[in-house]
Write a protein that binds this ligand. Structure first.
Ligand code: SF4
Ligand code: SF4
Length: 291
């Protein structure tokens, strides 16, 4: 079972549209949406949820007001300014989002008035789509640790893949090069970068190439909407040759991509459009090389 991670240096490059098309073109795969901060693959693949679970990460403190003596010790001890005094009620309160879960207040409260419980940061789901199993997640607003949730989604996807004897795991990775991206590519088999034909797109690909190089993984790339700027596209192709990145193809600007999105379909399902043809060709190139 091979795991391919689709990433892009930033959002809005068409990464999710392309991943959804790969999911449709692949005949025996599990899809994992690891863009947990802005998951939107479900809009195209229309999953029906089968199982879900809570994503627990770290702990949080809260004051049991009936037990609290209003001594203020927690207020003075908290290094994260998570405790405040409410003038109206005359009670101390802990701000859920500011609490870092260090546990100091709970350890020193003289009245045992602080509960220190697991923090629920989101949910994960296993769903069925008409193109196979999909694992996805939702991070709670303001919750951190999206890297951990990415790792959890990949782990569940692999378990599902093993159960189903899938040939591939296709991961829609987060944009950028931060912690969630590192969590997406670590231990995978190959990375596919979607970039756009602009100077910032080229720069993003350079950063992605450096990151993937650290993990010693094969990197594949394509340019989306290449005909918007053929000169930069050529520069990107040359960069790929220089860096040993396998350039899989270039997708033209195509209004059918937006139309497909509006109808909640992948590009390759929507029409025999130029973009759909090129995505199919790119998928063929990828399969020939790694899958
Ligand atoms: S340390 Fe305990 S008793 Fe004192 S204000 Fe905080 S919660 Fe209340
Ligand atoms: S657990 Fe730590 S961060 Fe949270 S309120 Fe208590 S002292 Fe502050």
């Amino acid at each position: 079972m091979k795991e391919l991670v689709v990433i892009s240096g930033k959002g809005g490059t068409g990464k999710t549209s392309i991943t959804a098309s790969f999911a449709v073109l692949s005949k025996n795969s599990v899809v994992a949406d690891c863009d947990v901060d802005a998951a939107d693959l479900f809009l195209v693949l229309n999953p029906k949820m089968i199982t879900s679970g809570k994503f627990i990460s770290g702990k949080k403190a809260s004051i049991i007001s009936e037990k609290c003596l209003s001594c203020g010790k927690c207020f003075y001890l908290c290094k994260f300014d998570a405790v405040s005094y409410d003038d109206l009620t005359g009670k101390y309160v802990i701000c859920d989002t500011a609490c870092e879960g260090c546990g100091v207040c709970a350890a020193f409260c003289p009245a045992g008035a602080i509960s220190f419980t697991e923090r629920e940061c989101g949910e994960w789901f296993i769903s069925k789509t008409s193109h196979g199993t999909m694992v996805h997640a939702r991070l709670k607003i303001g919750a951190e640790n999206s890297g951990k949730l990415v790792s959890l989604v990949r782990k569940i996807a692999r378990e599902e893949g093993v159960k189903e004897k899938a040939e591939k795991i296709i991961v829609d990775g987060p944009p950028g090069i931060g912690c969630p991206v590192i969590a997406s590519v670590t231990g995978s088999d190959a990375v596919f970068a979607v970039t756009e034909p602009s100077l910032s797109g080229k720069h993003d690909l350079e950063r992605v190439s450096e990151l993937v190089g650290h993990f010693n993984l094969p990197l594949f790339a394509c340019v989306n909407k290449w005909d918007v700027n053929p000169e930069i596209t050529l520069e990107i192709e040359k960069f790929c040759v220089k860096k040993g990145i396998f350039f899989c193809g270039k997708i033209p600007y195509d209004k059918n991509v937006t139309k497909a999105q509006i109808e909640g379909k992948s590009v390759v399902e929507y029409d025999e459009s130029p973009a759909a043809r090129e995505i199919s060709k790119i998928w063929g190139n990828l399969c020939g090389k790694i899958l």
